[in-house]
Design a protein around this ligand. Structure first.
Ligand SMILES: *Cc1c(COP(=O)(O)O)cnc(C)c1O
Ligand SMILES: [Zn+2]
Length: 454
């Protein structure tokens, strides 16, 4: 079956552009573009038949359908031929049952979607596989594209670098100097991307990369490029699939440039339209208090919006004051009975660490989402019986600098309430035995969870 999708202006201009055209904004009004699917054609299969197809493919071996993104190819990017798909088996990440953390909060049904368990350690892979696949096809078709460029707060560049290295396409990444983690800086370098550190913030890098990509032959991979949204929208589909096609009550997601919350909403609306689900979850977007333009707008009922200068935050991947997808995100929040919440540095770091003590290993952005969860439970917006999913956006292993400084008590504006440390002992059994007895006795006294190890 021949499914169709094209770029079209989100503000409703009628022009359509092919997905293999190099275009990021509407030629008529300059607005952002989105990928629009021929839904009438997709309706030739009923909801139940789509579910069967997606379940048949899920995490199996036939390339590229075992990827949880490409397993939904007809809904994502039907224009790419299978032989041009650049996939590293993205998606299919664990939906972690946060039973103990839920119990602490008085929730029966709390889950954490572990998007950090993707190839480069963040959800950015879900979108990047689509974008790089499309560009790979454009190059094969003979278009003169010499590289793919992005500005990044760390994870986008890591993802772009890996997918480009896999496909043999040059990647050019712009990072704000000293504002990404060591692992995030190392990833594109190791993958051989042209890695450029600029003495500015993300918003400053964004301006440069837009100028660079105005030159022909350099393709822009930022999230204003809506091909990435198409891949990222599968995260909601995957959550539903992992719940045997039932819809949770609330989904909490951290937001910076606001592409991901936009994508989440888009995926749900598509599932509803195509008969896969019959209701929508509530969506909560969580921001760092140091970078909270969406939260400020929410406080005015979205009547007002001002870009801000984002201040330095430990949630470095969402240190963005002028989010490109602001309008799309507001639309999503209005449709999904949305809430926006914010978290201070202290709340972020402690929420991440508290979660870690129940078996997670949270990045600071997941900490932002968890801090929002704690607040919503506290004030009754989330209730005992609600099924709640927190989207964890990256793997904590990319943020060990943050974790070390937390446990050493060295983070600015943070009082570590869940601080842990290792115990140094001489290699003698007697000392080890005595210490263990002491520590275990103390842990028993204070419940399972001791504060500090000794
Ligand atoms: C990119 C990123 C975000 C923010 O996503 P947006 O689409 O920019 O809102 C959150 N967390 C992590 C770890 C990220 O890499
Ligand atoms: Zn337009």
């Amino acid at each position: 079956m021949d499914y169709k999708a094209w770029f079209q202006c989100i503000d409703g201009c009628p022009d359509r552009y092919d997905l293999n055209e190099i275009i990021y904004r509407c030629r008529r009004c300059g607005g952002l573009l989105e990928v629009v699917h021929d839904l009438e054609r997709l309706k030739n299969r009923g909801g139940a038949a789509w579910i069967r197809l997606f379940d048949d493919r899920y995490k199996r071996t036939e390339y590229p359908y075992g990827s949880a993104v490409w397993g939904k190819k007809e809904w994502v990017c039907p224009a790419v031929a299978n032989e041009n798909v650049v996939s590293m088996y993205e998606g299919g990440s664990n939906l972690f049952w946060a039973e103990r953390l839920g119990k602490e909060l008085g929730l029966n049904d709390l889950w954490v979607k572990q998007c950090g368990n993707n190839h480069t350690g963040s959800f950015k892979d879900l979108g990047m596989t689509v974008l790089v696949s499309m560009v790979n096809q454009m190059i094969k078709e003979g278009q003169d594209i010499r590289g793919i460029a992005c500005a990044s707060t760390g994870d986008t560049s890591a993802s772009l670098a890996a997918y480009c290295a896999y496909a043999g396409i040059p990647a050019i990444v712009f990072l704000p100097k000293n504002k990404v983690s060591t692992a995030q800086l190392l990833q594109p370098i190791a993958n051989g991307a042209i890695t450029i550190s600029l003495d500015t913030d993300f918003d400053g890098c964004m301006e440069i990369v837009q100028q660079v990509s105005r030159q022909e032959h350099i393709y822009l991979a930022n999230s204003m490029n809506s091909l990435r949204i198409e891949g990222q929208k599968t995260v909601g589909m995957e959550i539903i699939q992992q719940f045997d096609w039932e819809v949770p009550d609330v989904i909490i997601i951290p937001g910076g440039n606001l592409g991901n919350v936009t994508a989440l909403g888009k995926g749900f609306l598509m599932m509803q339209e195509l008969g896969v689900i019959n209701r929508l979850p509530r969506i909560v977007c969580a921001q760092a208090a140091k970078a909270n333009p969406l939260y400020r707008s929410y406080l005015t009922g979205f009547q007002e919006y001002q870009p801000i200068h984002a201040e330095k935050t430990i949630a470095s991947a969402i240190q963005i004051g002028n989010p490109v997808s602001i309008n799309r995100a507001i639309k999503v929040l209005q449709t999904f009975n949305g809430i926006v919440e914010q978290a201070t540095e202290d709340e972020i770091a402690n929420a991440a660490a508290r979660g870690d003590l129940t078996g997670l290993f949270n990045c600071p952005h997941t900490g932002v989402a968890l801090a929002a969860l704690f607040k919503l439970v506290e004030r009754g917006d989330i209730q005992k019986g609600d099924r709640v999913v927190v989207i964890s956006t990256a793997n904590g292993l990319k943020f060990t600098d943050f974790k070390i400084r937390y446990h050493e008590g060295q983070l600015d504006e943070v009082t570590p309430r869940y601080q842990q440390h290792s115990i140094d002992l001489p290699p003698r059994y007697d000392d080890v035995a005595r210490t263990l007895e002491k520590v275990l006795r103390k842990r028993k006294g204070s419940g399972v969870r001791g504060q500090g190890s000794v």
